[in-house]
Design a protein around this ligand. Structure first.
Ligand code: FAD
Ligand code: FES
Length: 261
């Protein structure tokens, strides 16, 4: 983990309120594992002390990128920044996904909205190709379809308004696929908590392994403030764990869903 002031290499709008931001970070880029995140201080922001967490989307040479949605004052300030300007970044942070190996279970990735950002590096580093299930409210919320297809992954899409792919939640095409066959398959998911909870339930019903990247509000990002805790099973009881350090990725069987948002 490094704290580094990094320069914006490029910054482009992806679709509507989504942006792709590429940062030059020679100390950080080689260390990144799929599912880890960067804690970003947006220097032009007035309360710049508060960092924002973003999954690491792609890594190329001495750069890494994030794919983010403009949702509030931090991301709005970020969206106004240009190539050549600087950000402060602490990364790579957190405990990421287990990268699927050849001969192991076939990976099925499930992503909702910007959750897709946490999935691309996993797909790229996996020696096993699989299927990506992408869900969102509308067509514009379906990110990276072409990126996944370009690295040989099959993509299945669902939108809540039916404007692209199947109509409904992303769990509909996932369930249809698992009903065909669930043997020797493993789920990996990132997205809103209700989606993660649904994927956790599906994994339980089909008695299959799943790794979930939990989406909790974070403050320090490095394990000191306890803003990001969730309940995790510990023997016959449970304990709080910090999603910024022990997570954000957990085996779905570890999560105690009661009390999550
Ligand atoms: C581990 C992790 C990885 C993330 N990766 C990405 C990513 O790759 N791309 C991306 O666009 N976003 C990602 N997020 C969410 C991102 O951190 C927030 O959207 C961002 O901090 C909002 O900052 P803001 O100042 O613009 O919004 P604020 O003004 O702080 O809030 C605006 C709205 O966003 C909501 N919000 C803030 N944080 C979160 C959160 N963690 N989850 C859900 N809603 C939130 C607030 O409740 C509020 O409704 C990630 C969050 C975590 C914890
Ligand atoms: S965000 Fe501070 S402990 Fe996790």
């Amino acid at each position: 983990m490094h704290e580094q002031t990094v320069q914006i290499v490029s910054h482009e709008r992806d679709a509507e309120s989504y942006f792709r931001l590429v940062l030059r970070a020679p100390q950080i880029a080689p260390l990144i594992q799929p599912g880890q995140f960067a804690h970003v201080r947006i220097l032009p922001l007035k309360d710049a002390l508060l960092r924002r967490p973003f999954s690491i989307f792609q890594v190329a040479g001495d750069t890494f990128s994030i794919l983010y949605k403009n949702v509030g004052k931090g991301t709005q300030a970020l969206s106004r920044m240009r190539a050549g300007e600087e950000l402060s970044v602490i990364a790579p942070l957190g405990h990421g996904f287990t990268v699927p190996k050849a001969g192991g279970e076939t990976p099925l990735l499930v992503a909702g909205g910007y959750g897709m950002a946490a999935m691309f590096l996993l797909a790229q580093r996996s020696t096993q190709r699989g299927i990506v299930f992408v869900g969102g409210r509308r067509r514009v919320d379906i990110l990276c379809e072409k990126d996944f297809a370009a690295i040989g992954w099959e993509v299945r899409v669902a939108t809540e308004d039916g404007s692209h792919g199947e109509k409904g939640f992303v769990t509909i095409p996932l369930l249809a696929e698992l009903k065909r066959t669930a043997a020797k398959r493993k789920l990996f998911a990132c997205g809103p908590t209700p989606m993660l909870k649904a994927v956790g339930k599906i994994a339980e019903d089909f008695n299959m392994p799943a790794e979930l990247s939990m989406d909790e509000h974070m403050c320090c990002g490095v394990g000191t403030c306890l803003a990001c805790v969730i309940k995790v099973k510990a023997g016959d009881s449970w304990e709080y764990q910090r999603t910024c350090t022990e997570g954000p990725v957990y085996d779905s069987r570890q999560i105690v869903w009661e009390g999550t948002k």
